[in-house]
Design a protein around this ligand. Structure first.
Ligand code: AVI
Length: 324
C-alpha cells in the first residue's frame, strides 16, 4: 500500500504571538516561558543532553520502552491511531510504531513545521500503510485533530520524556483532561514520568559537567534577542539548577552576573546582581502523585512499569470507558 501523508502540515497560530515574556520579566520573581528553550539550536542542545550519562531520564525511559512496548502493543491491538504531543526527533516514536500491530494513523503535534515535515516524510517511507497527519501547533493551546481515514483500532496518546514534569500542576491536569477528551472514548495513554528526589543526582542531571545544559539554558537569551528584539548579553548570565524539595521540583535559573538593564521589545528590564530569571520547572512526581493526577484527569491506570532503581516509570492508563 502507498504511504499516505496528509499533504500540508496544518498550521495553528504562532505560539509566540502576544506571549507573556514581558509580564514574566516584570514579575517580582522573574521568569520566562520554558517553550523558549526549544528553537532549532535549543532542540539540538536538548538532543545532546539526552546523550549525557548524567541526564538519566532519557536512557532509563528508552530501556523501559524496549522492555515493555511488546506488552503495551498487545493491549492496544491492531490498527491504532497514535496522537503524540511534542513529537521531537522521533526515536521513541519509531520504537512505538514498530511495536504496534499495523498502526493506521499517526498524528504528531509540534511547533516546528520543518521537523514535522521531515518526520512525516521519513515515517511515510518506513511504514507504508500508515497515514501521517501532522499538526504544527503549540499542543498546550487549542487546536482540532485532523479528519483522518477510518481506523478500527484504539487511540493511543503517546507522551514520553517526562515532559509532564514541565507543566505547573494545574496545567498538567488541564493538559491530561484535554487529551482524554480529544482522544475520545476507549482511548489509552502511555506517559513517562520521573519521581527521583535525590538532590545530588538531579543537580548533576540539570547542571552537567560538560556545560551542555548551561548552553541549553543560556540559548533562551539568544532566542529572545532574535525573536523579541531583546538586548541580552548571554555572558552576563550564568546557569544554575536548584532543587526545591518542598515543591518536588528542579528549577533552571539564569542568574544575572551584574546589575544591568536589558531591553526586550523596547521595554527596559532592570536586573540586580545575583537576581535569577526562572526558565523551567521540572516537577518530579511520586507514583502516588502521578496516579492521582491521572485519575483526576479522567484516566485509569492499568499498568506501571518502573526502572530498576525506581526513578523513571512508564504509565499505561485508559479512559474508564475503554473496557467493559
Ligand atoms: C523536556 N524535558 C522533559 C526536560 C526535563 O528533564 O525536564 C527538559 C530539560 N531541561 C533541562 N534538561 C532537560
Amino acid at each position: 500500500m502507498k504511504p499516505t501523508i496528509t499533504s500540508a502540515v496544518r498550521r495553528a497560530p504562532d505560539p509566540f504571538a502576544g506571549d507573556d515574556v514581558i509580564a514574566g520579566l516584570r514579575a517580582p520573581r522573574k521568569s520566562l516561558p520554558c517553550k523558549l528553550l526549544y528553537d532549532a539550536r535549543g532542540a539540538e542542545l536538548f538532543e545532546q543532553i539526552c546523550t549525557l550519562d548524567e541526564y538519566y531520564p532519557y536512557r532509563a525511559e528508552l530501556a523501559l520502552l524496549e522492555h515493555h512496548l511488546p506488552a503495551i502493543a498487545q493491549a492496544i491491538g491492531p490498527s491504532a491511531r497514535v496522537i503524540e504531543p511534542g513529537s521531537g526527533a522521533g526515536r521513541k516514536t519509531r520504537m512505538l510504531l514498530a511495536a504496534l500491530d499495523r498502526p493506521a494513523v499517526y498524528i504528531p503535534i509540534d511547533v516546528s513545521a520543518e521537523q514535522l515535515a521531515t518526520t512525516a516524510r521519513e515515517l511515510g517511507t518506513e511504514l507504508p500503510g500508515l497515514q501521517v497527519a501532522p499538526i504544527a501547533a503549540d499542543y498546550t493551546a487549542a487546536f482540532e485533530l485532523p479528519v483522518t481515514r477510518r481506523h478500527d483500532g484504539r487511540t493511543l496518546v503517546f507522551f514520553p520524556g517526562s515532559t509532564i514534569g514541565n507543566f505547573e500542576p494545574e496545567d498538567a491536569r488541564r493538559f491530561l483532561v484535554r487529551f482524554a477528551q480529544l482522544a475520545g472514548p476507549g482511548a489509552s495513554i502511555v506517559l513517562g514520568a520521573d519521581s527521583n528526589a535525590e538532590p545530588e543526582v538531579l543537580l548533576r542531571a540539570y547542571d552537567d559537567s560538560q556545560g551542555v545544559t548551561a548552553a541549553f539554558d543560556l540559548n533562551v537569551l539568544a532566542h529572545l534577542n532574535r525573536t523579541h528584539h531583546a538586548t541580552f548579553d548571554p555572558s552576563a548570565f550564568m546557569h544554575r539548577a536548584v532543587w526545591d524539595a518542598s515543591r518536588s521540583r528542579i528549577e533552571m535559573h539564569l542568574v544575572s552576573r551584574r546589575r544591568q538593564i536589558v531591553h526586550v521589545a523596547g521595554e527596559p528590564i532592570q536586573l540586580e546582581r545575583g537576581e535569577p530569571i526562572v526558565t523551567e520547572h521540572c516537577y518530579k512526581h511520586s507514583p502516588q502523585m502521578l496516579e492521582a493526577l491521572l485519575r483526576e484527569s479522567g484516566w485509569r491506570t492499568r499498568h506501571v512499569f518502573p526502572d530498576p532503581v525506581g526513578r523513571m516509570r512508564l504509565w499505561f492508563a485508559e479512559r474508564p470507558d475503554a473496557r467493559p
